[in-house]
Design a protein around this ligand. Structure first.
Ligand code: GDD
Ligand code: MN
Length: 380
C-alpha cells in the first residue's frame, strides 16, 4: 500500500481513538442530569452583569432579570460598566422608581477589559450566591431556582448550564452545544466539568477567587481555580439560557477563535494540574487537552495527508476527496447537513481551536474585543 495512504489511515485512527474511548466511557457512566443532590433553596443572590456599550439591549436584559421567578428583595444586581455610550444612564433611570432588586453600579472611567471589571464586581457582590450573566444572554424564569438547588448540596461550589436555544438560529452552534453538553454531563458525574459558560454561571460567594486580569476565558478560569482549591464545579442541563450565534463560517471565526485562545492558554497555564485532583486531572483535563490542543493539529494533518493519498492513488479522480470536504463545509455552514450537522459543528470548533493555537504561538493575546452589535440584534 502507498505510504501516504498508510499514514493517513494511521493518523485517522490515532485522532479518533480518544473520541471513541470517551463515547464508551459515556455509555458506561450513563450520566443524566446534574450529579448534585438538588434541593429547594432560596438564598440571597448577587447577580453580576458586566456591560460595555450595551445601550441597544440593556433595557431588555433588565426586563428579563425582573421576570425571574425569585423574590427580588433577595436579589442584588451588581453592574460593572465600562461603556462610552449611555448604558449606565439607562440603568440608573431604570432603577429610579424600583424598590427591588437593589442596584450596585460600579463605573469604570476607562475600559480595562472584562476580567478586571469582573474581579471588581465579584469583590463587591455581598450575597451568599453569586450569579454571573452576560448582557446578550436571555434567561428563563426558573434559572435561579435550578441553580440554587444545585448549590444547596454542600459539596457543590459552582454550577453552569446549557445553551438551549441559539438566538439567531445558528444550527452550527446548536449542533456543537448539543455534543458539548453531553461531554459536560459526563465530566460532572466523573468529578467536575472544565468549561463554564459566561452567559450563565452561579457560584457560592465564599468559593470565589480573583481571575487573571488578562484572561480571555474568565468563567472557565474561575471554575478551574475553584476546583483546584478542592471545590466541585458542575454542569446541570436543567439550568438553561439562550445566546446569539452566527452560522456563517467567516462571521463565526472572530468570537470562536478568541474563546478558543482563552481556553487553550488557560489549559497551558494550569498544565501542572494534569494528573492531580482525582478524575478531574486524570480524565477531564487530559480529554480537554486532547480536544482543544492536540486533535485540531492531528485533524489538519489527516486532511492534508488524506488529500495527498487520494490524489496519489486515484490521480485526478482523487480530487473528489477535497471537493467533498468543501461541499461538506459549504452545506454545514448553511445549516443543511441534517443529521450530520453535529459533525460539521465539531469540525468548525476544531478549525477555531487550530487558528487559536496559531494565534497564541504568534503571541497575540489582547484582553479586550469588539462587542458584536450584529449579535445584539438577535437579542432584541
Ligand atoms: N465591564 C465590562 N468591560 N464589560 C465588558 C467588557 C469590558 O471591557 N467587554 C465585554 N463586556 C461585557 C459585554 O457587555 C457582555 O455583557 C459580556 O461582557 C460578554 O461580552 P461579549 O462581547 O458578549 O463577548 P462574548 O459573548 O464572546 O463573551 C463570552 O466569552 C467571554 C470570555 O471569552 C462570554 O461567555 C463571556 O461571559 C465570557 O467572559
Ligand atoms: Mn456575547
Amino acid at each position: 500500500m502507498n505510504a501516504l495512504v498508510v499514514a493517513a489511515l494511521a493518523l485517522l485512527v490515532v485522532t479518533t481513538t480518544p473520541y471513541v474511548g470517551y463515547l464508551a466511557l459515556y455509555a458506561w457512566v450513563q450520566p443524566a442530569g446534574s450529579p448534585a443532590d438538588k434541593q429547594d433553596w432560596e438564598p440571597d443572590v448577587s447577580i453580576v452583569l458586566p456591560t460595555y456599550n450595551e445601550a441597544q439591549i440593556v433595557e431588555t436584559k433588565l426586563d428579563d432579570l425582573l421576570k425571574l421567578d425569585y423574590p427580588m428583595e433577595k436579589v442584588e444586581l451588581v453592574v460593572v460598566d465600562s461603556s462610552t455610550d449611555d448604558t449606565r444612564g439607562i440603568i440608573r433611570e431604570y432603577f429610579e422608581d424600583l424598590d427591588a432588586p437593589e442596584l450596585v453600579l460600579l463605573e469604570e472611567d476607562k475600559r480595562r477589559g472584562l476580567a478586571p471589571a469582573l474581579n471588581d464586581a465579584y469583590a463587591a457582590a455581598s450575597k451568599e450566591v453569586v450569579v454571573k450573566t452576560d448582557c446578550d444572554s436571555k434567561l428563563p424564569p426558573d434559572v435561579l431556582r435550578e441553580a440554587a438547588a444545585n448549590l444547596a448540596d454542600d459539596d457543590i461550589n459552582a454550577v453552569t448550564g446549557r445553551n438551549v436555544e441559539v438566538l439567531g438560529g445558528s444550527e452550527v452552534e446548536s449542533g456543537y452545544r448539543g455534543v458539548q453538553s453531553h461531554i459536560q454531563q459526563l465530566e460532572s458525574h466523573l468529578d467536575s466539568t472544565l468549561i463554564f459558560h459566561g452567559p450563565f454561571s452561579a457560584f457560592k460567594n465564599d468559593a470565589l477567587l480573583p481571575i487573571d486580569p488578562n484572561s480571555l476565558a474568565d468563567d472557565t478560569e474561575l471554575a478551574l481555580k475553584i476546583r483546584r482549591q478542592g471545590g466541585r464545579v458542575v454542569f446541570d442541563p436543567a439550568v438553561t439560557y439562550m445566546e446569539a450565534s452566527f452560522s456563517d463560517f467567516v462571521k463565526r471565526r472572530k468570537q470562536k477563535d478568541r474563546r478558543g485562545m482563552g481556553l487553550i492558554r488557560l489549559l497551558v497555564q494550569h498544565r501542572d494540574a494534569l494528573g492531580k485532583y482525582g478524575k478531574y486531572g486524570q480524565v477531564v483535563l487530559p480529554f480537554n487537552w486532547w480536544f482543544m490542543i492536540v486533535s485540531p493539529w492531528l485533524l489538519a494533518a489527516t486532511l492534508v495527508i488524506g488529500i495527498g493519498a487520494a490524489i496519489s492513488v486515484f490521480g485526478v479522480v482523487g480530487v473528489a476527496f477535497p471537493a467533498a470536504v468543501c461541499v461538506f463545509a459549504y452545506l454545514g455552514q448553511s445549516d443543511r447537513l441534517g443529521p450530520f450537522q453535529p459533525f460539521y459543528s465539531i469540525s468548525d470548533t476544531q478549525v477555531s481551536l487550530l487558528r487559536a493555537s496559531v494565534e497564541l504561538l504568534r503571541g497575540k493575546t489582547d484582553g479586550t474585543w469588539e462587542v458584536d452589535s450584529e449579535l445584539r440584534e438577535a437579542f432584541e
